[in-house]
Design a protein. Structure first.
Length: 86
């Protein structure tokens, strides 16, 4: 799985008048875009930063949460089974 990246571009003058950010599908594609930008505008400042999509964060959170819920169910079943054999 490739890590997504955020391409941050800042340029003063030269028509861009500020900066912008673009989410890229991978760090490799970000670095390639960075080189292409630098070839067009030597004064542009570019940076590629690893990022994780919000959906990936939420998916990871719910996966952890569900693991906890499943473990609690297992513990409750173990407790009920132990009480039934007393």
């Amino acid at each position: 799985m490739s890590m997504k990246a955020l391409l941050i571009v800042s340029a003063l003058g030269g028509g861009m008048g500020g900066g912008y950010e673009v989410e890229m599908p991978s760090m490799t594609e970000c670095l390639d875009a960075r080189v292409a930008i630098m070839e067009q505008d030597k004064d542009a400042k570019t940076l590629c930063v690893p990022t994780v999509a919000q959906t990936d964060k939420m998916e990871q959170f719910f996966s952890i949460f569900m693991s906890i819920v499943e473990r609690m169910r297992e513990m409750e079943n173990e407790r009920l089974n132990a009480e039934a054999y007393r």
